[in-house]
Design a protein around this ligand. Structure first.
Ligand code: NAP
Length: 318
């Protein structure tokens, strides 16, 4: 953002309802200022009944683009001209880019999660095995982008099994990755054999180290799965402020050093889930990286400039 808003200032923004507590204006305006770009980022409280007209306003007012947040991420899709593959599969858009009158919907939540993994956690998802706890909107964006980034196998564990099965089916049908639904938390911790629908073709015994693993569908349980995967992503709101005392039911003692564990919650910055997972020696991260890199990717899409990641990180209040 320049010192003075000029006649050439490009406007970006956020469409959500409410938006007052968003960290995005601070993050983007700090980055514009740092690079001396004549851009400004403004939060717009858009009630659901005004969403269509607000999207038309992106064209009418020639905005550079907007972020989209709750409750509009899914509802905005019919008003856009084009979607990226990730946004289409995630069924949600959090970033709109306006170019030459066309509105393109991106999902930088999922893509940002992957960029966080590679850039901050030093974890390349290609060929990896992932356990997701939860199957809501955040899980879907993360799962789809992990699969599009080459993750080999995804286990989706959820309280409502049908939701996990839907997400696993989407991954199996639309991406090269293989996915399974896992009932969780399970009464006796056992994975129901019929839910592990597809064995990976040509899978290898995990003891052999290389390649994909074969789940023993008669004997699998969440403890084995926790020990086998390379990455665990906690996507439920458990542990989030103001319920910091809550924690997903998880066999923490099955984790091992070398595994990566990410809790998408970032407030508080260290959840009970992270605390317990860290005792196993696993590398543990909160959801701030995902929040940061969804903004980094949006910034780069709107401006065409490399984002000043550390400036944006420092603008976050945690
Ligand atoms: P959502 O669509 O409502 O999904 C919530 C998921 O959590 C569902 O799978 C739900 O299971 C499960 N769940 C909720 N309460 C549970 C409980 N008591 N026990 C077990 N499972 C439970 O929400 P979302 O949009 O995916 O967001 C989930 C979390 O991700 C929130 O904490 C949000 O702040 C965080 N998030 C972080 C970022 C970031 O940038 N770091 C971005 C997006 C979201 P059922 O299907 O059985 O209901």
């Amino acid at each position: 953002m320049s010192e003075l808003i000029s006649g050439r200032t490009r406007v970006c923004g956020l469409f959500g309802f409410p938006v007052e507590h968003s960290f995005s204006p601070a993050m983007h305006n700090a980055a514009f200022r740092h690079l001396g770009l004549d851009f400004v980022y403004v939060a717009f409280a858009v009630p659901p009944r005004e969403l269509e007209r607000a999207v038309a306003g992106i064209r009418a007012l020639n905005l550079a683009g907007v972020n989209v947040t709750v409750p509009h991420k899914e509802k905005v899709i019919p008003y856009l001209d084009e979607l990226t593959a990730g946004a289409r599969l995630a069924g949600a858009v959090n970033t709109i880019v306006h170019r030459d009158g066309r509105l393109v919907g991106h999902n930088t939540d999922g893509a940002g999660f992957v960029r966080f993994l590679t850039d901050d956690a030093g974890f390349n998802p290609a060929g990896k095995r992932v356990l997701l706890l939860g199957a809501g909107g955040a899980a879907r964006a993360v799962a789809v982008h992990l699969a599009l980034s080459g993750a080999a196998q995804l286990l989706v564990a959820n309280r409502t099994l049908s939701r996990a099965a839907e997400l696993a089916a989407l991954i199996n049908e639309e991406t090269p990755a293989r996915a399974w639904a896992v009932p969780w938390p399970a009464k006796d911790d056992r994975v129901l054999p019929e839910r592990l629908e597809r064995k990976p073709p040509g899978g290898h015994d995990p003891e052999e180290g290389e390649g994909t693993f074969v789940l023993d569908t008669n004997d699998g349980n969440i403890k084995e799965l926790a020990a086998l995967v390379d990455l665990v992503v906690q996507t439920t709101p458990l542990g989030m402020h103001p319920r910091e005392d809550t924690c997903p039911d998880f066999p923490f003692d099955c984790l091992r050093p070398g595994q990566v564990v990410v809790d998408l919650v970032y407030n508080p910055p260290r959840t009970l889930f992270m605390e317990r997972a860290a005792r196993s020696g696993a590398r543990v991260y909160n959801g701030l990286g995902m929040l940061l890199y969804q903004g980094v990717l949006a910034f780069e899409l709107w401006t065409g400039e490399e984002a000043p990641v550390e400036v944006m990180r420092r603008a976050l209040p945690f």
